[in-house]
Design a protein around this ligand. Structure first.
Ligand code: PLP
Length: 440
């Protein structure tokens, strides 16, 4: 939606309208380098703000608990079909409202038996089949090494339900060492191995994870929230053939509305569907399901692959340009859309929090991030996570990435000087004028 001072919100609710206008301006006039964000197309935006929000549609296409769902069935069936086509999975549930819920659905379906009775019954009927219960072991990437809260952090429901062992990245290479993952798996005997990350810039070796999972008798899940767009277009290997479950958010490289998606092998379809509804959610957000359908339709077009290729190219250029300006990137570079900048060498007195603040004042939006083996606290950090999906959506390319690297280093080198921030902000503004938002 473009700004219209005669819109219903403007007329009815000036306080919210003021924030709306400010946010529209903020997005238009800043460089968005948060790796998990993007700018959706006008069509996705229209679907997300549409009349589909009015409708209850508990259940699934053809099996609803409410009348009047005929159009919901059309929308949700199209979303499911397109997700299956995009990722080549047996089954897709498009209802999870977020990536965290997409992950929770897997844990609920696969790791929690129906009840204590169901557990006893399963043991009796099928003594060779493992019974998975709360308190079982999960093996996943450490949050401080790029993992996600919903992969077993103690403050998250995943960490409250299960015991967790973490693999991490090597101190020297910044990469996951698969021999170490195998050693940990043999040691802790997990019932599930979770792969995928929020801040890991290297290619995932799904085949090796699958071998390890098979050896120790664990289920395997890949959370491709960050790299879904790359996976959908074949620019990152797909985990779908070798994983029992694949989850994702729909709003990062995939460039859809905020939301989640849970995919699985055919055997798990019924359990996944009943874990999402009625297990975790009531009525699905049908306006978001509609927006997912539109976004998946966009992702199936050839232009989307070209977009993802440019996302990767831009990330590589940005990483190289930062390295040539004396900044360290964890693991030395990137294979995907993001990078973790280690500030300690180039700017040892600057924390991630300071950098986030200074860059924000100059119109460059980033997030502070722990780097592996960080000695600073999570609210301070020694790192920044940068990603190129949003800038690439605006049409920026290699020249702009070099310029962005330059602007970042100017701000960091200025120690937060207000005059430098102002002059960088003016340059940022010029770039934003040239490369418009998709809905502008
Ligand atoms: N999984 C990964 C790897 C993520 O990076 C994120 C979010 O950043 C999520 C799951 C959770 O998504 P949401 O914020 O929609 O719950």
């Amino acid at each position: 939606m473009t700004r219209n001072d005669d819109s219903p919100i403007a007329r009815q609710d000036p306080e919210i309208w003021k924030a709306f206008v400010a946010e529209e301006e903020r997005q238009r006039n800043t460089l968005e380098l948060i790796a998990s964000e993007n700018h959706v197309s006008p069509a996705v935006l229209q679907a997300a703000g549409s009349i589909f929000t009015n409708k209850y549609a508990e259940g699934y296409p053809g099996r609803r608990y409410y009348g009047g769902c005929e159009n919901m069935d059309i929308v949700e069936s199209i979303a499911i079909d397109r997700a299956k086509q995009l990722f080549g999975c047996d089954h897709a549930n498009v209802q999870p409202s977020s990536g965290s819920q997409a992950n929770q659905a897997v844990l609920l379906a696969a790791m929690l038996p129906g009840s204590r009775f169901a557990e006893a019954e399963q043991r009796e009927k099928n003594p060779d089949q493992p019974v998975r219960t709360p308190g079982d072991m999960i093996l996943s990437l450490h949050l401080d090494h790029g993992g996600h809260l919903s992969h077993g952090k103690n403050v998250n429901i995943s960490g409250k339900w299960f015991r967790v062992t973490h693999y991490g990245v090597e101190r020297e290479t910044g990469r996951i060492n698969m021999d170490e993952v195998a050693r940990l798996a043999r040691d802790c005997k997990p019932k599930m191995i979770i792969t995928g990350a929020s801040a890991y810039s290297r290619t995932w070796e799904w085949d090796k994870f699958a071998e390890i999972a098979q050896e120790v008798g664990a289920l395997l899940m890949a959370d491709i929230a960050h790299i879904a767009g790359l996976v959908a277009t074949g620019l990152h290997p797909s985990p779908v053939p070798v994983c029992d479950f694949v989850t994702t958010t729909t709003h990062k490289t995939l460039r859809g509305p905020r939301g989640g998606l849970t995919m699985c092998k055919a055997d798990w379809q019924k359990k996944i569907d009943s874990a999402v509804f009625p297990g975790m959610q009531g009525g699905p957000l049908m306006h978001i399901v509609a927006a997912k359908a539109v976004a998946f339709g966009e992702a199936l077009k050839p232009e989307f692959k070209k977009y993802q290729q440019r996302v990767i190219e831009n990330a590589k250029t940005l990483a190289e340009s930062l390295v040539s300006r004396k900044l360290n990137i964890v693991s030395g570079g990137t294979d995907n859309h993001l990078m973790l900048v280690d500030l300690r060498d180039g700017f040892p007195t600057v924390s991630g929090a300071m950098a986030e603040d200074w860059l924000g004042k100059a119109g460059i939006v980033v997030n502070k991030n722990m780097i592996p083996f960080d000695e600073r606290k999570p609210m301070e950090t020694s790192g920044l996570r940068l990603g190129t999906p949003a800038l690439t959506t605006r049409g920026m390319g290699i020249d702009e990435m070099r310029k962005v690297a330059d602007l970042i280093v100017r701000v960091l080198g200025s120690e937060g000087d207000a005059k430098v921030a102002e002059s960088v902000k003016a340059e940022v503004h010029g770039m934003c004028e040239q490369f418009k938002l998709p809905h502008a």
